[in-house]
Design a protein around this ligand. Structure first.
Ligand code: GLC
Length: 557
């Protein structure tokens, strides 16, 4: 019989190292900082860490621009620090997965430095080069995602008189996966990380490795404001042939025992994901999708939530797997986006956590979520760091918008919301650094920090701990079937059931109280309260009164 893979029962914690904990006062979080907090993470109950890129990088996109895949960037520490961290984490039962950016590298990577030297350089083919059109313009009309420069995904390089391709920044040229020599180098490098002892990989924009053969113009209309350039997913995302790369990656690397892979699933939906994650396909173990996270500024309507979760539960039931999350380093803080970060910050943070941890798949926590950290407001664009935020702001200013208005418009979706330093305590710089933080601390740090949270009877951190424990103790959380009941606009009502047990979850996802009648099928059931985010003695009754953002989990019979 197949044993259940470890990652199905895991709770993953994402560390954005730059902002986690600074041990040496240079204002940048580092590995020794993480080592000093491993006990805290163990106490939270997590058993896997995902590190966003730690490799040598000019940090144009905070490490997603890799200049050496084999070495730790000195701003984070040394390889020795990393090995120590790995050993210590393993001894506490915490696994480590590394972020791998295989779609592009930094323009300072030696491969690109070589590639740009001449058209017949042995590394030329590691990247995607193309001659200008007759009028000298870009080889096609594809746009870049960061809205950088004139918006094109091509940058002209004087030395060889050709353009190179980049879906993101011009400082992050796309790697050419058609090139076998490149693929071999990548496999070797990934295997070296596994040899070192890491437990798997998070794969950055992995659906984008394959580009449309011939790199033709897109026939879609340009996005207003980005003319003449077009963002056309069909050209670079999930293009036919992508599965050849993923299967080769799996054969050469990911199939090693206990290696976990999670793909960033740009473009993936429940109906097209199976080929990537079905266990028999031998590609990826799981992906995370954007069907909820793309809402960015909005509450999630219950009907939509129910629909998305029901469809992904089918993926899980059918032999695939997925991630449950509502935040990461690229989107706003979940309590500000989908919860309520004023009066109801604490119960809404706990309610959202309850949803993440009681729906099918592996829960991912993004650092700070477990203390209810919120979006940030800065007084000036100067305080921002995110490349995409700065480019968007410049664009709005270019279109004639007032600076204040442009700042408000950009900050709502800025990735910096998630990237502000971790708030450890109410002291200077929230206890994150003894120096000047690379990104300003959120002004709410005095009110929202770990020390204060732990001192309170209403701790969010301890609630997360209970959720992590529940995952270990209740098989229905990991493998139970999911079923939603009714279409109440305020209250979500669903069960998870397996042969051993049935759990019932009720969640009032709103800032007003709710009167809720149990659906007929559940009337008369006896319930034992397992978890509650507001009151310790809620009884399961036919007619329930739920306070704003109240969430309860019962074991029912
Ligand atoms: C992914 C990362 C993001 C990065 C981008 C380009 O979306 O999560 O932070 O900027 O890929 O590497």
């Amino acid at each position: 019989m197949n044993k259940r893979p470890w990652w199905k029962t895991a709770v993953v914690y994402e560390i954005y190292c730059k902002s986690f904990c600074d041990s040496d006062g240079d204002g940048i979080g580092d590995l020794r900082g993480v080592i000093s907090k491993l006990e805290t993470l163990r106490d939270l109950g997590i058993n896997c860490i995902w590190f966003t890129p730690l490799y040598v990088s000019p940090q144009v996109d905070n490490g997603y621009d890799v200049a050496d895949y084999r070495a730790i960037d000195p701003i984070f520490g040394s390889m020795e620090d990393f090995k120590e961290l790995l050993d210590r984490a393993h001894s506490m039962g915490i696994r480590i997965i590394m972020d791998m950016v295989l779609n592009h590298s930094s323009d300072l990577h030696p491969w690109f430095q070589e590639s740009r030297k001449s058209r017949d350089n042995p590394y030329r083919d590691y990247y995607i080069w193309k001659a200008p059109r007759e009028d000298g313009s870009e080889p096609n009309n594809w746009g870049n995602y960061f809205e950088e420069g004139n918006g094109s995904a091509w940058t002209f390089d004087e030395t060889t008189g050709e353009y190179y391709f980049h879906q993101y920044s011009s400082k992050m040229p796309d790697l050419n996966w058609e090139c076998k020599a490149l693929r071999e180098e990548i496999y070797e490098m990934l295997n070296e990380w596994l040899d070192l002892g890491v437990d798997g990989f998070r794969l950055d924009v992995i659906t984008r490795l394959k580009k449309m053969p011939g790199l033709p113009d897109s026939t879609l209309p340009p996005v207003p404001g980005k003319e003449p350039f077009v963002i056309d997913k069909n050209m670079c995302c999930m293009v036919d042939g992508i599965h050849d790369y993923l299967q080769e990656l799996n054969q050469r690397v990911f199939s090693r025992p206990d290696c976990m892979t999670v793909g960033e699933g740009s473009g993936l939906r429940s109906w097209n994901v199976m080929d990537y994650v079905h266990r028999d396909r031998k590609e990826l173990d799981m992906v995370y999708h954007f069907e909820l996270a793309h809402l960015m500024r909005h509450q999630i309507p219950n009907a939509l939530y129910t629909d998305v979760q029901t469809r992904w539960a089918e993926v899980v039931r059918g032999g695939g797997w997925c991630v449950q999350y509502l935040s990461n380093h690229d989107i706003g803080r979940q309590v500000s986006t989908y919860g309520e970060d004023g009066t109801f910050r604490i119960p809404s943070a706990k309610l959202l956590a309850t949803l993440i941890h009681t729906t099918p798949g592996t829960p991912f926590i993004f650092q700070g979520e477990e203390i209810g950290m919120t979006n940030v407001h800065y007084d000036s664009i100067e305080d921002h760091n995110c490349l995409a935020t700065l480019a968007r702001y410049d664009k709005l200013i270019g279109q004639g918008m007032e600076p204040k208005e442009a700042l408000l418009a950009t900050e709502k979706v800025s990735r910096d919301n998630a990237r502000t330093p971790y708030q450890w305590n109410g002291g200077e710089n929230a206890g994150f650094t003894a120096g000047k933080p690379w990104l300003k601390v959120n002004s709410r740090a005095g009110e929202i920090n770990l020390e204060k949270d732990l001192a309170s009877d209403d701790s969010i951190f301890r609630y997360y701990r209970k959720l992590c424990d529940m995952r270990k103790e209740h098989p229905a959380i990991v493998e139970g079937d999911l079923r939603f009941y009714g279409e109440d606009e305020q209250v979500l009502c669903y069960t998870r059931s397996c042969k051993e047990e049935t759990l019932l979850i009720l969640a009032n996802k709103s800032s007003s109280s709710a009167e809720f009648s149990l659906p007929t099928e559940l009337k008369g059931k006896k319930g034992v309260l397992l978890l509650s985010n507001l009151s310790p003695d809620v009884l399961l009754q036919e007619n329930m009164h739920l306070s704003p953002w109240e969430a309860v989990v019962f074991s029912i019979q």
